[in-house]
Design a protein around this ligand. Structure first.
Ligand code: ZN
Length: 319
């Protein structure tokens, strides 16, 4: 949907609300607390329903990214439309220029929209490229003495993995011509990578393509794996990680071009946004409604966001 279509079709709070209720409940309104369908719309406040079973009152906002919002829904819808239609991200300052109000309210709405973009059901198969990338930070001075690691730090192989820096390591997997999934992983151990692989990929009928990093090699006990040869100038046929490398540069260019800086803590939210964009690059249906439906089912992530938002963030990550 274009922004004009969204603004035209959903220009009042009531129209927006009707769509949200339809997408969340279909024809039968369910109590958000006890799931009972025995409830009634309130006459005094058509936004709310009263449950006859548990006697509580609720709205479609309960446990969603819209909970406790004071921003009118048509403005929310504009922000969502702008974010979905932007190719490489959009700054909160620009959102503010479009919907008015404070920078802070646009920023918070944008962060919640990112939560709504989280795709829990990603399952990859076929040829899966796995690779990691490092975000931001400056190289830290190498620590003197203590561990044996110092010896390793001198080798290019370990420097390549960003060790001895305060960069954030992000592991990513992408199915050829399919979806991408990323995860901030502090330590790129076999155990952590295996957990990610098991969560987001179907092992049956899948082949993993990685470089020769030891932790990837060790995944062979779990899944069939092909290794690329970095020394050869051109990739050999299907054995390459060009797709995931393309995704990393898409994310980094997007961050650099649209957001001055992103904190380490909030990097995962932006990664979720770029994943959504990448995964819908060829989507032909109604992405606006698909997003809303996805966003209306994210209770746990919202709790996480609330807890995270209370503290001021110091560390800065550059794309
Ligand atoms: Zn109830």
């Amino acid at each position: 949907m274009t922004l004009t279509e969204i603004n035209k079709k959903y220009n009042t709070q009531a129209k927006c609300l009707k769509l949200l209720e339809k997408l969340r409940w279909g024809k039968t309104v369910k109590c958000t607390y006890c799931q009972s369908t025995n409830n009634k719309r309130q006459k005094s406040d058509p936004l709310r329903h009263t449950c006859k079973n548990c006697k509580r009152s609720f709205s479609v906002f309960v446990d969603t990214i819209f909970e406790d919002t004071r921003l009118p829904l048509p403005k929310w819808f504009t922000i969502i439309g702008l974010m979905l239609n932007s190719k490489s991200g959009i700054a909160s300052a620009e959102l503010k220029r479009n919907v008015g109000g404070s920078y802070k309210s646009s920023y918070y709405a944008a962060m919640r929209v990112r939560i709504g973009m989280l795709q829990k059901d990603t399952k990859l198969n076929g040829i899966i490229e796995m690779d990691e990338s490092y975000f931001g930070g400056k190289a830290r001075k190498r620590r003197k003495s203590k561990s044996h690691d110092n010896i390793n730090d001198l080798s290019t192989a370990t420097n390549k993995r960003g060790r001895g820096t305060n960069k954030v390591s992000v592991a990513g997997m992408v199915q050829r011509k399919g979806k991408v999934k990323t995860k901030v992983i502090e330590k790129l151990t076999k155990r952590n990578l295996l957990y990610m692989l098991k969560t987001y990929a179907k092992k049956e009928n899948a082949i993993l393509v990685t470089d020769g990093f030891r932790s990837y090699k060790e995944l062979e006990t779990y899944i069939e794996r092909l290794e690329i040869n970095h020394k050869k100038k051109f990739s050999r046929g299907m054995v390459h990680v060009n797709t995931i490398e393309g995704f990393w540069s898409y994310v980094k260019n997007g961050i650099k071009g649209n957001f001055k800086s992103i904190s380490k803590k909030y990097l995962p939210f932006y990664l979720v946004e770029y994943e959504w964009k990448f995964n819908h690059r060829n989507f032909k249906g109604n992405q606006f409604e698909k997003f809303l439906k996805n966003a209306l089912t994210h209770e746990k992530e919202l709790e996480y966001w609330k807890a995270q938002s209370s503290k001021e963030v110091k560390e800065i990550v550059y794309g």
